[in-house]
Every structure is written in C-alpha cells, then in structure tokens.
Design a protein around this ligand. Structure first.
Ligand code: ZN
Length: 278
C-alpha cells in the first residue's frame, strides 16, 4: 500500500519538475496473461528433441535452425498479440502524458504491450527488443528494423514455417531470411538496437525510478538501478514478490510495494497528477 510518507515524497517529486524513469519486467505482462516463456510455455519440440527457451533464444540456435527459431517466435508473437494492456500499462501511458520529455520507459518486455497501450516509441527503450519486429540477418545488408507484416498469421505451437510465412519474413532489401528483433542470451546489449548507452544516461539523471515487475536477473536493469541510486534518485519497487530490487530500493532509502502494478500504478499516477488518492 501507499504510506503517507510515500505519498508526501511523490507529491514533492511532482512539484520538483524532475525526471521520471519507469523500468518494467515480466510481472506487468503477467498481469495481462503473458507467460515468461522461460518455463514450460517456452519449450519447443523439433523432431524428437525438446528445446528449452535458453537454447531457442540464441544466435547459436538461429544459425543452425533459423526456421524453427522463427516458428517459435511467431507462436510467441501470437500469444502476445492476443493479450491486452492492463491498468498498469495504462498508468504508465498517463505518466508519459504528465511528464513528457522528462519521462522515459525502459522495458525488458518484448511483447510490445507498452506501445500498444500508447507509450511513444521515442520514449520507450525496448532493451530486449520486440517480437513484432524483424531485421535482416546480414548486418552488411541493412541495420533497418521492420515491422512484421500485419498479414502474418498467428502460429499454433509446434507448427513449422509455411511458404507464406517465409515470404513475409524475407528482408525487404536483399530477400534473405530476416531474424527476430530481440536480444538473445548469447548476444550483448548495444545502443543501436537496444538503447544501452541511452538507458545508462537516463539512469544518471533520473529523480524518481519506479521499478515494476522485474526480478533483477539481467545486467542492464541492475545497472540502471545502481546508477539511479548513486545519483540520489528516489527508488520505488512494485512487485508481488520481494526480490533483489525490493531489497535494493529499501536499502537506498526508497520503497517496496508488494502489490500488483495494475492496482498500485494508477494510484501513483493519481497522486502525481492531483496529489490525492482515488
Ligand atoms: Zn537483407
């Protein structure tokens, strides 16, 4: 719940004209029914062998079986597109409206729900990519990022690529097979595709960092939280479970709210907007 002290800190922030950064992870998507795909939902069978997500989401696997990796992503994309943004997503859209150029959203989620909710592409750093986009596998061809065509059909689990799929996944420039625009386990963050430098810069200037539904296992979110703390940002962690970020937020003099984002974020927006609880 939101204590009087937190309410007062939020009101002070709202009057300070400071910078707001929101960092989101799988928890906010889970509230829209999207699984993390790290467990059974993400297993994929090719012939008689079952692959785990940590094997599928790699450049190594794509280099060996690009069509299987694409089929897996098209299945995942279908699941993501069936889901709808929830009140937590909508509250983050309201935050962008309130703070404009002093707002940045950094998200680990590849489901595209923040953009579908209404956050702008310009102020949304999708640090792990987005399953709705593709790019040429050959960097020498182009580094452009393309939307997967709207006509791409949803793919049932276990189905291989069809000729129609292949045509829609061809690079518009050279005609070869594209790759999903996502960061794989055996790849590194960069600025060009994943806003690496921009995210660390934003962390250093932020006055309020709200961390939502992330457990802190990947490196860039950890860096963002540590940089923000070093720069005296107020840190609020919203998560249904305690996690490394909640301990970190409390240690840094911030707050941990053990609650769903769909409940808490609209309340935070209300305080930022009017200084009152709903
Ligand atoms: Zn190409």
């Amino acid at each position: 719940m939101i204590t009087d002290k937190l309410k007062s800190d939020l009101q002070k922030f709202a009057h300070s004209l400071g910078y707001l950064t929101v960092l989101t992870g799988a928890g906010i998507s889970a509230e829209s029914g999207i699984p993390t795909f790290r467990g059974r939902d993400g297993y994929w069978t090719v012939g008689s062998k079952e692959y785990h997500p940590q094997e599928m989401a790699t450049l190594h696997m794509f280099s060996q079986q690009p069509e299987e990796v694409w089929a897996w992503y098209l299945y995942r994309r279908g699941v993501c597109r069936q889901a709808e943004p929830n009140p937590g997503h909508m509250a983050i859209v309201d935050m962008e409206s309130l703070f404009g150029d002093k707002f940045i959203l950094i998200t680990q989620n590849v489901d595209g729900l923040h953009l579908r909710a209404g956050n702008s592409l310009e102020r949304t750093y999708q640090i792990h990519g987005n399953v709705d986009y593709m790019r040429c596998f050959y960097r020498a061809c182009t580094s452009d990022i393309y939307s997967i065509p709207e006509t791409m059909p949803a793919k049932p689990k276990g189905e291989s690529l069809t000729d129609t799929n292949r045509k829609l996944l061809a690079c518009p420039k050279c005609g070869h097979l594209t790759r999903p625009h996502v960061l794989w386990f055996d790849e590194y963050y960069n600025e060009e595709y994943y806003h690496y430098d921009s995210s660390t810069k934003v962390a250093c200037r932020t006055d309020l960092l709200i961390i939502v539904g992330t457990s802190g296992i990947t490196s860039l979110p950890n860096q963002v939280a540590h940089l923000a703390a070093q720069c005296d940002s107020l840190i609020i962690d919203v998560n249904i479970n305690s996690n490394p970020f909640s301990e970190f937020a409390l240690h840094a003099g911030g707050y941990f709210i053990q609650q769903t984002s769909g409940v808490i974020l609209p309340q935070i927006v209300n305080i930022l907007e009017k200084g009152e609880f709903k």
